[in-house]
Design a protein around this ligand. Structure first.
Ligand SMILES: Cc1cc2nc3c(=O)[nH]c(=O)nc-3n(C[C@H](O)[C@H](O)[C@H](O)COP(=O)(O)OP(=O)(O)OC[C@H]3O[C@@H](n4cnc5c(N)ncnc54)[C@H](O)[C@@H]3O)c2cc1C
Length: 520
């Protein structure tokens, strides 16, 4: 197999040129051709280029060896059907282990209806919403797949997504995204595959407790069964388990409390809070790419500011996307961002986050969680208890003035907005950090401090406020057989790293079943 890097094409030039380049290089017919990487070089706005790495050969592609399989009679449960739980489930199935996937929210078809109803009529279902339900927190997202972590399973995550219906280009773009519209199809395809291979989904089923027993000489008890509750009927049931993956995401506050009461070791984590900032997508395009922006995909950005003693950073940028209501608890306003694959909305938004420290909220296990909840509650109260979100134009935020009307940017938040002083909702350290950061970021992205840019509050669900401690065997240090996994447990952040952690756990469980090391 040959590889060529740094091949540059002008915008609008056909990718067929790449095959011609491969053929010329090989001097033989190309039987295998693959784009390995595609990125945009926009440093010179008058000469913007796509930059490629390609692989090709005169032989057809080698087929990847299939995974080692076993048929296990051991019951494996996966709690949570977010990226971590689902990728864990997929890898288990590929190893011949059919898991039961337990999900408090609805299947994606019903969840979509329930969530849209919340956006329109502001009736929140605390069990099925933007945070909870099939696909987890990422279902109503931009589906960005880039990650800072270098987990060996990252590539497998992209391949699974592509195999189950995501655009194939995610395999080589340097900033891949799936889009919320495509994600729903991917989830249905994954479900079909897992069920066709003997796996089972229990939707509307909340994990509310467990039974354990003491095994052998170990001073760590072993998980025996899960207590489950049907969230529609209230009926409780017990499920005997051999291994359980706990992939409940960062918003499962009631589950964290239950785990703590049941003696599962957890520690508090620092996190960030902030607002969404919304600009016209055209303005961001112009700033990033110059006049050629219309020929290119909607522009993104990633900014960090150290202008204040607290670092401020942009996060989860949604080009051509919308700001969405992302609450999962009654009486709290939470915002986040989402885009469809085309990213063709009028506005672009991003989370603008301020790093918080334990000193800001106290050192108890749940101090951070209560701190997040209190800010969400204040945003809710300020808006007349309707789930409408508090907004302020940047020019007014800078002067602590309540805005009187919108400028060139109209808000996209579907559940309604109201003008409010964000400085009275966010902690003062966050307010002063944001005030210092926005003009500083404007030095690197012209127009970021546009007076009409809209700040929408509050973005509080950035990461998990707790970590569920696991040992080197990847099991809870307090309970054998329980595998804390993904973002809620504190081992990942974002879709790809959470999914990769799920695969890691699946491999560990496969190894343990194969070696009969059920009890540690
Ligand atoms: C609106 C939005 C947009 C986002 N955009 C992006 C993006 O573009 N790119 C990116 O990388 N990240 C994005 N994220 C973050 C990303 O979605 C998360 O990092 C990721 O989903 C975490 O995966 P997870 O599987 O660990 O947890 P989750 O996805 O949170 O999944 C946890 C699942 O567990 C279920 N659950 C919780 N408690 C229980 C219980 N007791 N019993 C049964 N089930 C339970 C929940 O219902 C949920 O389905 C976004 C998040 C949101 C909210």
């Amino acid at each position: 197999m040959k590889r060529l890097d740094n091949i540059k094409l002008h915008i609008g030039e056909s990718e067929q040129t790449l095959i011609k380049i491969a053929q010329k290089n090989l001097k033989k017919p190309v039987k295998f051709f693959k784009i390995l990487k595609k990125s945009l070089d926009a440093r010179d706005k008058n000469n913007i280029l796509w930059v490629y790495s390609i692989a090709f050969s005169e032989e057809p592609e080698e087929v990847r060896p299939s995974l080692e399989k076993l048929c296990s009679a051991t019951q494996v449960a996966v709690i949570g059907s977010g990226p971590a739980g689902l990728m864990c489930g997929l890898r288990l199935v590929e190893h011949g282990i059919a898991p039961i996937i337990i999900e408090r929210g609805e299947c994606v078809e019903e969840r979509e209806q329930t969530t849209l109803k919340f956006f329109k009529s502001r009736v929140l279902n605390p069990q099925s919403n933007v945070q909870f339900g099939e696909g987890g927190a990422g279902t109503f997202s931009d589906g960005k797949l880039n990650t800072q972590t270098h987990n060996g399973n990252n590539r497998d995550v992209l391949e699974y997504f592509a195999r189950f219906g995501a655009p194939k280009e995610i395999l080589y773009l340097n900033k891949p995204h799936i889009g919320s519209d495509n994600l729903k199809t991917v989830l249905k395809n994954i479900r079909k595959f897992i069920e066709n291979n003997g796996g089972k989904y229990l939707f509307n089923t909340q994990f509310i407790g467990f039974n354990k027993f003491q095994s052998g000489k170990s001073n760590r008890p072993k998980l025996k069964s899960l207590i489950l509750k049907n969230t529609k009927t209230g009926e409780e049931s017990e499920l005997e388990v051999g291994f359980t993956v706990l992939a409940v995401g960062h918003s499962s506050r009631d589950t964290f409390k239950m785990l703590d009461r049941s003696g599962i070791k957890m520690t508090p984590r620092d996190f960030a809070i902030g607002v969404r900032i919304e600009h016209l997508a055209a303005q961001i395009g112009l700033a990033q790419y110059g006049k050629n922006y219309k020929l290119l995909p909607a522009a993104d950005y990633k900014l960090v500011s150290h202008a204040h003693e607290r670092t401020v950073f942009t996060f989860c940028m949604c080009p051509g996307g919308v700001v969405i209501p992302a609450a999962s608890e009654e009486g709290g306003v939470v915002v986040n961002g989402m885009s469809n694959y085309a990213r063709n909305g009028l506005n672009s938004n991003s989370a603008l986050m301020v790093q918080m420290k334990a000193d800001d909220f106290g050192g108890e296990l749940f101090s951070g969680m209560e701190f997040q909840r209190e800010i969400e509650r204040m945003a809710f109260e300020a808006g007349g208890r309707t789930y409408a979100a508090p907004v302020q134009l940047y020019k007014d935020f800078a002067l602590d003035k309540i805005s009187q009307g919108f400028g060139e940017v109209e808000p996209t938040y579907a559940a309604g907005t109201f003008f409010a002083p964000l400085n009275e909702i966010l902690p003062s350290v966050a307010v002063s950090a944001l005030k210092a950061a926005i003009p500083d970021m404007d030095k690197r992205l012209r127009g970021f401090a546009n007076p009409s840019a809209i700040l929408t509050g509050v973005e509080t669900r950035f990461s998990s406020p707790v970590k569920i401690e696991r040992g080197e065997d990847l099991q809870s240090v307090s309970l054998a057989g329980l595998y804390p996994c993904g973002e809620g447990a504190g081992y990942s952040g974002g879709i790809t790293s959470s999914a990769a952690d799920g695969i890691k756990i699946a491999e560990k469980i496969f190894e343990n079943i194969k070696n009969h090391t059920i009890f540690i």
